[in-house]
Design a protein around this ligand. Sequence first.
Ligand code: PR8
Length: 469
Amino acid sequence: MENFSEWFHNILETADIIDSRYPIKGMSVWRPYGFQIRKHFYNYLTDLLDKDHDETLFPLLIPESELAKEGIHVKGFEDEVYWITHGGQKELNEKLALRPTSETAIYPMFSLWIRSHIDLPIKVYQKVNTFRYETKHTRPLIRVREITSFAEVHTVHSSAEEADKQVQTGIEIYKDIFDKLAIPYLISNRPVWDKFPGAEYTIAFDTIFPDGKTLQIATVHNLGQTFAKTFDITFENKEGQHEYGYQTCYGLSDRVIASLIAIHGDDKGLILPPTVAPKQVVIVPILFKKGQEEVLSKCREIKKSLEDLNIRVSIDDRDLRPGKKFFDIEQKGSPLRIELGPRDLENNKIIYVRRDNGEKSELSIDDDLPVNIKNLLNTIHDNLYDKAWAKFNESLELVEEKENLKSTTEDGKISKFYWCGDTECGKAIEEETDMDVLGIYEDLDDDTEKVCIHCGKKAKHIGSIAKTY
Ligand code: PR8
């Protein structure tokens, strides 16, 4: 993959993921194949969230007066909000914002719902579209103006400890999701100058793209009591006193799908982890004039036996040369292709080809075939996971000399460095390297002898820095 950006744009089109020719910048159409990938990803996410959260749905529009209430929050978003000013010909009395995120839509309602500690915790989520008038260069799925797959969680707790714990729960949920998609990640505590507007702290997941730039793929925010104070979210505690709620929120977006496309794909096209592949197995009958019906009927039998194990499978019986079918199946990234011709049928075996490594081999057609295929799909997932993590870990490098920070990061790496933690040093490093500090990767012990790469004072953390999207 020589030119990642070009590859990425092409694959979105040739693999029928999205169509970005829609005539509004930053907004695209999900095509059916892409939509199915998105659906499988959403199903996993929903299953995970449903264990301990309740799904809700809030309106898309937010009155200006609510959006403007939380000063820091509104400042963070003021340049990115789309406004509705008219209903038909009539100018509205109050402008309405298209939600850039939903704190200011949800929290006024929390204020009405919560009375006592008995009402807590509240843990709700919604899967919606949000709108951000991004001023940075937009890119399909990566930086969009209509985020079509925004899954946002909002929680309220009766103590700061519980809110901190919820942050950990959010992190575990996202680890689980990224593991399912075989997407490697780095978890950082974002620097104060880059946390979510209004949050006490922000924990972010970043992954690295083939062009060496990192992408923030999920964030978990501890909101403390800031929004509770603004929106008057109070509860009567066990002692009968009124207290403000402690809040968290976390979310992810279309970027997750961008990542799985970018991280696993190759020059032939998509490589999808079985967890999200619309078709995990595609059977290609190799047909000659003689014995067509026998081959097709065996294909259908195999298909049925795989479906009984909940494997998503199809038969490609289009009237095309097998070579053309192989090309299409590879481009669409199905994890496993099965071929069956008259001679294979005679020998009672199928040929399979793995998309992740091109391996071609055979399996007997017997009662164990479905289980063997299921195991192969698991092996493919594990291989994609191991490959992606190995590459990711190679991209992490500890840099001790400041002169090397820029060149290492320019080589497409995430550099780790010793840092005193001061904003001044962090910002100076960003300026000198023209990169972004991702945040704190690890805290150091008090008795460390390591010193800050910038100022030479005692280091408190290992920070990380990278080129970012
Ligand atoms: C919140 N409130 O909003 P966050 N295009 C694609 N993905 C994006 C874009 C964009 N323009 N902007 C952000 N994201 C909190 C948490 C409710 C939920 C993705 O947090 O502003 C990023 O991956 O950090 C980001 O981590 C995630 O949405 C949540 O957005």
